[in-house]
Design a binder for this molecule. Structure first.
Ligand SMILES: Nc1ncnc2c1ncn2[C@@H]1O[C@H](COP(=O)(O)OP(=O)(O)OP(=O)(O)O)[C@@H](O)[C@H]1O
Ligand SMILES: [Mg+2]
Length: 367
C-alpha cells in the first residue's frame, strides 16, 4: 500500500486534536460544579461555564485572575485556604465556606507531572447550599423530635408515678381503714359467739358463717392491697416478691408457673424494681385473664449490665396487628403501660404473639 504524504498525516493529526479539544471542552462545560485549573500562585488558567456563572463573570474576565481575589475580593489567601494547604501536603484539600448566602464546598487536587513535580491544581467548587439547608432542616426536626420525645417521657413518668401514688393510697385505705373495720367486726362477732349459750343454736351457726366470711374478706383485702402496693419488695427484694406472687397465682388457678432467676441483686434502683415487678404482674394478670394457658415460663436474669425479663405462655395468643392498633385498643392499657415503664427507664419492651401459638414478652432494662 502506498504511504500517505506527510502533509496529509499532519492534517489528520490536527483534525483529531481539534476533535479531542472540542470533546474535552464540552465535557468540561457540562460539569455542574465550577471547575478551574490553577497555577501554583493561585492564578486561573482555565475555567468551565459553571465557574463563569458562579462568579458572574465571563471566562475572559476570570482567566489570568487570582482565585482568592475573584472569589473573596482579598489580596491574600483566606484562612484555611485549601490551595495553600495542598501545596504542603500534595494531597486533596477541601474547605466548606459560606459566601454571601451560599454554602460552597471547595476542593483542590494537585496535578503532578511524570517527574513528580507539582505543576498545577484542579479547583472544584460545589454549591452545597441545598444540602446544607436540608441538613439544617433535618437537625431542627431532630431537635424538635427529641424535645417531644423528652416531653412525652416526662408526661408518661408523671402518669405512672400518679398511678403508683393512687394505688398506694387505695391500698392504704383498704388495708388500714376497711381492714381495721373488718377486724373489729370479726372480734365483735367472736365475743357475741362466745356469749351465746353453748350447745349450738341456729343463731350461733349463722354467726359462725358470718365470721368465716369476714375472715375471707380480711384475707381478700390483704391480697388486693398487697397487689396494689408491693411493700414486700423493700424487705424481700424483687425475686422473692415475684416468687410469692407466682405461688399465689398458682394456688388460685391451674396454671403452672416455672420461675428461673439468676444474678439479680436483692435490692437495686427502686424505680427499676417496681417496673420489673409491675410488668411481670401485668403479664401474669393478662395470662390469667386472656391466655387460657397451662404453662408459663418466667426468666429474670442479669446479663451484660441489663436486666432481662422474659414471660412466655402456651395459651391462645392474639393477633398483634389487631390488638396493638391504637384504634382497636378499646381502653386496654396494660401492654401500653408495660412498654412505657420499660421505655421510661431507657429499656426496651417487645412482645410476640400469634393466635394459637402463645405469647412471649421480653423486657430489657439497663441496670
Ligand atoms: N398473654 C396473653 N394471651 C392472650 N392474649 C393476650 C395476652 N396478653 C394480652 N392479650 C391480649 O391483648 C389485649 C390487650 O392487653 P392489655 O393488657 O393491654 O389490656 P387488657 O388486659 O385487655 O386490659 P387492661 O387495661 O386492664 O390491662 C388483651 O385484651 C388480650 O386480647
Ligand atoms: Mg391487661
Amino acid at each position: 500500500m502506498a504511504e500517505k504524504p506527510a502533509h496529509e498525516e499532519i492534517n489528520q493529526k490536527e483534525m483529531l486534536l481539534k476533535a479531542y479539544s472540542v470533546q474535552w471542552r464540552t465535557t468540561f462545560d457540562a460539569i455542574n460544579d465550577a471547575v478551574c485549573l490553577l497555577d501554583m500562585n493561585g492564578r486561573i488558567l482555565r475555567c468551565n461555564k459553571a465557574m463563569e456563572s458562579l462568579l458572574q463573570k465571563s471566562s475572559k474576565e476570570i482567566i489570568g485572575g487570582i482565585s482568592w481575589e475573584l472569589m473573596h475580593g482579598t489580596d491574600k489567601p483566606i484562612k484555611g485556604c485549601p490551595i495553600v494547604r495542598m501545596k504542603k501536603t500534595l494531597c486533596r484539600e477541601s474547605l466548606v465556606l459560606k459566601v454571601d448566602d451560599k454554602w460552597l464546598n471547595v476542593t483542590v487536587d494537585p496535578v503532578i507531572d511524570e517527574t513528580g513535580n507539582l505543576t498545577s491544581a484542579v479547583h472544584i467548587i460545589s454549591d452545597i447550599t441545598r444540602r446544607k439547608q436540608a441538613e439544617k432542616a433535618l437537625k431542627r426536626l431532630n431537635e424538635e423530635l427529641l424535645k417531644e420525645h423528652n416531653q412525652r417521657k416526662i408526661l408518661s413518668k408523671s402518669l405512672i408515678d400518679l398511678l403508683e401514688k393512687d394505688r398506694r393510697k387505695i391500698a392504704m385505705e383498704l388495708h388500714d381503714h376497711i381492714g381495721q373495720i373488718l377486724t373489729s367486726i370479726k372480734l365483735n362477732l367472736e365475743m357475741i359467739h362466745e356469749k351465746l349459750k353453748p350447745g349450738g343454736t341456729e343463731l350461733g351457726a349463722q354467726i359462725a358463717a358470718v365470721q368465716e366470711r369476714t375472715i375471707q374478706a380480711i384475707k381478700d383485702i390483704k391480697n388486693v392491697s398487697r397487689g396494689l402496693r408491693p411493700a414486700m419488695i423493700e424487705s424481700l427484694g424483687v425475686v422473692s416478691s415475684l416468687r410469692e406472687l407466682f405461688n399465689e397465682i398458682q394456688q388460685q388457678t391451674d396454671i403452672e408457673i416455672r420461675f428461673f432467676s439468676i444474678g439479680i441483686p436483692k435490692r437495686f434502683e427502686e424505680a427499676k424494681e417496681l417496673a420489673v415487678y409491675r410488668i411481670a404482674q401485668e403479664a401474669l394478670t393478662n395470662i390469667v385473664r386472656h391466655a387460657r394457658a397451662k404453662n408459663v415460663f418466667v426468666n429474670l436474669v442479669k446479663k451484660d449490665k441489663k436486666l432481662l425479663l422474659s414471660v412466655e405462655d402456651n395459651g391462645v395468643g392474639f393477633d398483634q396487628d389487631k390488638v396493638m392498633k391504637p384504634s382497636k385498643r378499646k381502653g386496654s392499657l396494660g401492654l401500653l403501660i408495660m412498654k412505657e415503664r420499660a421505655v421510661q427507664l431507657d429499656g426496651e419492651f417487645t412482645i410476640e404473639s400469634q393466635p394459637g401459638k402463645g405469647t412471649h414478652l421480653l423486657v430489657e432494662i439497663p441496670i
